[in-house]
Design a protein around this ligand. Structure first.
Ligand code: ACM
Ligand code: ZN
Length: 729
């Protein structure tokens, strides 16, 4: 009874304080201010009696790094005192700032978290430190709060990794998933196999632009790098000082081209290929023969002592079974072990690693493909292809880390429009990240107990340097840490207020090249009342300024023209140019006979808003259909003479998106149409000219190619059809 009362008191406090700005992110469970400030000269005098020398040392370094604050041990008359508590929630802490600052903590990690919160509370003006008098009580919601970094596609130096860790610690992340090997580079010294880094760490070409853009061009610089085992130890120790555990990933059996460039004898064919300079998924993977398994176990034998944490990530994703199907040695392993197919062989392969790691006192973790062919007994699953893998693993009583691409892939775009730097695709806004919950709605409480937490993934195909890494990671990582830490997740508006008031200035002070996309106004297009469109500038979400109308553009009755609008986006942001094609169907109503896929349904106006989708395509600017034929009617205001129709579609076979192959278009004044537009086209823009029909309704049917042909990505599946505009001239 008493316990319930206690909780409800904190609940109430939260209600009272939620509208107030809080300098601490992730948002603490309780933040209650009282009148007045605690002021000190520039330094912090602390009584280290109740903390370990290691912690004191970590505090000194971190205060200096984050805020330039000197920490001095001073037992006689300290500003900050510590108290160690027992029998409290794991990793919980509290801070009381009154005439003195008192930090109560449960674990060493929680003491560090308290310290970070205190540093976030410190305001610095003219050589003085001031703290709003307040009471903070806090604890983490999830135990796995991670960021992943791919150092294979692009390499990051030890100093850059340390800076990445320093920033992670400021937002109470506790897990760094270090993706050390992939097709494009092997990045960790293995003494028994020196060619892994002598050969595997270097490539002679790197694809330029988006890898789906054809024709491809390459930069032929010699590119690469690796970490010596000494450097790995240095990074692991640096992370440990910030209460971050490093989880190394050694990819197998797929994404192995760099390793196989060094040791082709561990592939199925034995053929030598160079380290890969193109992005994607490749057929040449580790052979499942005993020699390859023992080779990888040798590698793990050198990995284990370098990483004192519990988890070793073995990849397991995106391993095509093409080579295994045609390899006598792989087939012999299938036969000898009574397996049915190549999927069970992958399961066998991962199972061998699981047994090896378990024997060595470690836990295996892998991408959700390790479920295919049967999950190994002690495996933890990292669910990236949505939530399903995680749900299946939890249902089998296996631990799960969630990182669905929809919310946790920070290599996706975070802003709209062509002014974002090149990214892999997808759209994951700051708001979407904050809305993320690692526990899907339809998960039972029993299964939810297996969800350890989540992480943000930074794949670096399009992240060539530290500035771009920071741009993609921040501020989205802060939103993620908030969803993972905060029992009382703030609204986007409250989060945005805290972020822009306290954390953008902090990031600027550290010269972090964070993205300001969330500050950009939103350009909204709606249907105008009398046939045409209205373009408005709405303030960025979370900012409560008023909207302004930028333009009203009528559907033209005459010659099509392009209207250019320049949008002022605010201080420190580039102005944006918008080209709108004012054509005859602008703002027209659409009657869909085939419905767009909910995944890419951005509303019917998308295809009559006069605005062409960005390229490379981003999910929010196109209307996407996942059926083989697509039919809809375009309804104009009244019968008018039309001369030409242009259907703008997308052809991007690498993304399984194919232009229409044939079409049937008819034009009618009232209902039944004249079928003048039957034809065949594989161009992205289907043009039908010399129409000269008085038309009010345009019936459009587009036919795809049925199935994606053999040899193309996604072969055998129904291709997507994407449309960005139906331009009527
Ligand atoms: C992945 O994104 N291939 C795990
Ligand atoms: Zn093989």
């Amino acid at each position: 009874m008493l316990k319930i009362k206690f909780l409800s008191v904190f609940g109430l406090l939260w209600l009272f304080t939620s509208a107030q700005k809080c300098p601490i992110l992730p948002t603490p469970a309780v933040f209650q201010t009282t009148n007045g400030q605690f002021i000190s000269s520039g330094n912090l005098l602390i009584d280290p009696s109740n903390i370990t020398p290691n912690l004191l040392n970590a505090f000194k370094n971190y205060a200096l790094w984050s805020k330039g604050i000197q920490v001095i041990s001073f037992v006689q008359n300290p500003m900050v005192k510590f108290k160690k508590l027992t029998n409290v929630k794991q990793d919980s802490y509290s801070i009381n700032i009154a005439e003195q600052i008192t930090i109560s903590y449960s674990s060493e990690a929680s003491c560090f978290y308290a310290w970070v919160s205190l540093l976030q509370l410190a305001q610095q003006t003219e050589g003085q430190l001031s703290f709003q008098k307040c009471f903070v009580k806090d604890y983490p919601k999830f135990q796995w709060r991670g960021l992943h970094l791919d150092v294979s596609r692009h390499f990051f130096t030890v100093d850059e990794i340390k800076r990445f860790l320093d920033l992670m610690a400021y937002y109470k992340f506790n897990t760094f998933h270090w993706h050390l090997t992939d097709d494009q580079g092997w990045r960790i010294e293995i003494k028994k196999y020196p060619l892994l880094t002598e050969v595997g760490a270097w490539r002679d070409s790197t694809v330029e632009n988006h890898y789906t853009s054809l024709p491809r061009t390459y930069n032929h610089s010699h590119y690469g790098g690796f970490y010596t085992q000494e450097q790995i130890k240095e990074v692991v120790a640096y992370a440990a000082d910030r209460f971050i555990e490093v989880v190394p990933e050694i990819e197998m059996p797929g994404h192995a081209r760099a390793a196989l460039a060094a040791y082709p004898e561990f592939s199925c064919t034995g053929e030598a290929h160079g380290v890969e300079g193109l992005w994607g998924v490749f057929d040449d993977i580790f052979c499942a023969k005993e020699e390859s398994i023992l080779f990888l176990q040798d590698v793990l034998t050198e990995i284990l002592p370098l990483f004192p944490g519990m988890y070793i990530h073995v990849g397991g994703d995106e391993a095509p079974k093409t080579r295994w199907e045609g390899c006598p040695k792989c087939q012999a392993v299938i036969k000898a072990n009574g397996l049915h197919d190549a999927h069970e062989l992958q399961s066998y392969f991962i199972g061998r690693m699981d047994a090896f790691l378990t024997q060595n006192g470690k836990k295996l973790i892998g991408w959700d493909e390790i479920l295919e062919g049967g999950l190994s007994p002690n495996a933890t699953v990292m669910s990236w292809r949505g939530y399903d893998g995680g749900k299946a693993a939890a249902a089998e009583n296996h631990d799960v880390v969630m990182c669905p691409g929809s919310h946790c892939y920070f290599d996706h775009y975070q802003g709209r429009g062509a002014e974002e730097p090149l990214a892999i695709g997808g759209f994951t806004s700051l708001e979407k990240v904050l809305s993320f919950d690692p526990i899907p709605l339809d998960m039972t409480t029993a299964d939810a107990a297996y969800v350890l937490g989540a992480q943000g993934n930074l794949w670096t195909e399009y992240i060539p340097n530290m500035a771009q890494l920071e741009y993609m990671a921040y501020p989205r990582a802060i939103a993620l840490s908030t969803t993972l830490w905060s029992e009382n997740r703030p609204s986007y508006e409250d989060f945005f207020a805290d972020l822009s008031t306290y954390h953008f200035p902090f990031l600027s002070s550290k010269n972090v090249h964070f993205s300001k996309s969330c500050l950009k106004p939103e350009i909204k297009t709606t249907r105008a009342l009398d046939w045409g469109i209205l373009i408005e500038k709405a303030p960025a979400k979370g900012n409560n300024a008023a909207s302004t109308v930028l333009a009203e553009i009528k559907a033209t009755k005459r010659k099509t023209k392009t209207v250019q609008i320049t949008v002022d986006q605010g201080p420190n942001l580039p102005s944006k140019k918008l080209n709108v094609i004012a054509h005859k169907a602008l703002g027209a109503n659409i009657n869909f006979i085939t419905k767009p896929s909910p995944k890419y349904d951005n509303g019917s106006l998308t295809i009559v808003d006069g605005q062409l989708g960005a390229r490379p395509w981003k999910g929010n600017e196109w209307l996407g259909f996942d059926s083989d034929s697509v039919a809809f009617d375009i309804l104009l205001e009244k019968p008018i003479k039309i001369k030409e129709l242009r259907i703008h579609t997308l052809h991007d076979p690498n993304s399984w998106i194919w232009a229409a192959q044939t079409y049937n278009i008819s034009f009618s004044k009232t209902g039944v149409g004249n079928g003048i537009g039957d034809g065949y086209s594989t161009d992205e823009i289907i043009t039908i000219d010399e129409i000269n029909e008085k038309t009010q309704i345009i019936h459009v049917v587009l036919y795809g190619l049925g199935r994606i042909p053999t040899g193309s990505p996604g072969a055998g599946n129904v291709p997507w059809l994407f449309i960005d505009e139906i331009e009527v001239r």
